[in-house]
Ligand binder design. Structure first.
Ligand SMILES: Nc1ncnc2c1ncn2[C@@H]1O[C@H](COP(=O)(O)OP(=O)(O)OP(=O)(O)O)[C@@H](O)[C@H]1O
Ligand SMILES: [Mg+2]
Length: 385
């Protein structure tokens, strides 16, 4: 490491603590921008440090003293919101570098940099970097700048995407709010009418159908309510011990007519003893969204939906399978993202995003496997508290 002595102003060369001949550092993208002489100087100037998980590299507002090259691991950049809450704005991985803006313009750090898991960083002091930059050819500087500009472009386009996403969510929230308002009076009329029918025809079959009508009317309202919560990023859970086979029974009843009409056979394979803490309505919503997708995918040709469940010591495992055409290749990587839809005239692309948000709110995970013309299986795992 170069050390500028305050007394003599002479530069002495000190070996950095570790990795003096670190090959990774020499082959780092940032170093490769420079000519061999300056590249060697930069490597000699750098000190390499291994940092533990959550180690703060610099705070927002701090003066810029180093440029950082990531040799290994991951770094997160966060901006503080209302004091001690943080919002992650970006990540950087091995072969990336950061902190160059402050180095070039001398202004305070615009975000906090913190280690994710662990990281090995090479630090180049600002003063030495500026000196070396002054000695390099203009083409080196131009190459470096065009790389930095490309990075700014990418960040800007990510930011623009996020803005569009937020706008769509706000719009969705406003729209659903209006729908909820307008739905309330026809739904209470449906409730009233089904209570009257029940009174006029008090036989068990009519009573059961009237209860289904009421439950469906309530479902419509809670669906809209959930959509509103989702668009606002809220979503409260009302957890209580639920028996999975009973919830699947309700799901079957609510969908009896829908499945019949769509020529869908529902197969349920669930032991009676599975009880876990969850929000029943939200679990019903998960099943419903997945079922709607399977029915849509069957495209009026009919098909089989099979829901099977089991437990481990820590979790409830639910498999939701269909024998449909499979999820289109082009959206598999982004399936759980909001507004990703394919091949549907009226799809909003929110069904699976809502499913994922509900499962994650329960501390669980969801993944899927899908094969063309063979079908799709969603694997849901929810921890038993
Ligand atoms: N079981 C499935 N089989 C085949 N394709 C599926 C299946 N589930 C989802 N897809 C595909 O994934 C897309 C995204 O599904 P998602 O439920 O997120 O949105 P959507 O169904 O398009 O709209 P929304 O659910 O908001 O009405 C669907 O448009 C469909 O193309
Ligand atoms: Mg859907």
């Amino acid at each position: 490491m170069l050390d500028l002595s305050p007394e003599t102003g002479k530069i002495s060369v000190k070996p950095p603590v570790k990795y003096r001949k670190n090959m990774e550092l020499k082959s780092h993208r940032f170093i490769s921008f420079f000519e061999p002489k300056q590249a060697t100087e930069l490597c000699m100037t750098a000190s390499v440090e291994k940092l533990p998980d959550r180690k703060v590299i610099f705070e927002e507002g701090e003066g810029p003293d180093f440029l950082y090259l990531i040799l290994e691991g991951k770094v997160e950049f966060r901006k503080s919101q209302n004091g001690n809450e943080y919002k992650t704005i970006a990540h950087a991985l091995a072969d990336d570098f950061f902190g160059e803006f402050g180095i070039l313009d001398g202004r305070p750090r615009s975000a906090q940099a913190i280690v994710c898991d662990r990281a090995t960083l090479a630090k180049i002091p600002r003063q030495h970097f500026i000196e070396i930059l002054g000695k390099t050819q203009i083409t080196v500087v131009l190459n470096l700048f065009s790389y930095i500009i490309e990075r700014i472009r990418n960040t800007t386009s990510e930011y623009a995407k996020e803005l569009v996403y937020k706008d769509r969510m706000v719009l969705l929230g406003e729209m659903v709010n209006t729908i909820i308002h307008d739905l309330k009076s026809p739904l209470s009329a449906i409730n009233l009418a089904s209570s009257l029918v029940k009174e006029i025809h008090p036989d068990p079959e009519t009573e059961e159908w009237c209860d289904i009508i009421k439950a469906q009317a309530q479902q419509m309202l809670s669906m809209a309510q959930e959509l509103l919560e989702f668009s606002r990023g809220e979503g409260k859970l009302y957890k209580e011990p639920i028996n999975l086979i009973e919830v699947l029974g309700i799901f079957e009843k609510l969908n009896h007519a829908y499945f019949q009409e769509s020529e869908v056979k529902l197969v349920i394979d669930c032991p009676e003893y599975i009880v876990f803490n969850a929000d029943q309505n939200k679990i019903l919503r998960v099943l419903q969204n997945l079922a709607n997708n399977s029915v849509d995918a069957f495209n009026k040709q009919g098909g089989v939906i099979e829901i099977s469940a089991s437990t481990t010591l820590e979790s409830v495992e639910i498999l939701f399978q269909d024998n449909g055409p499979g999820i289109p290749d082009s959206i598999r990587d982004r399936l759980f993202e909001s507004f990703v839809t394919y091949g549907k005239q009226t799809g909003t692309g929110l069904g699976t995003a809502i499913v994922k948000s509900i499962i994650e709110a329960h501390g669980g995970t969801i993944s899927f496997e899908s094969r063309k013309n063979r079908g799709t299986t969603f694997n849901i795992s929810i921890p038993i508290e």
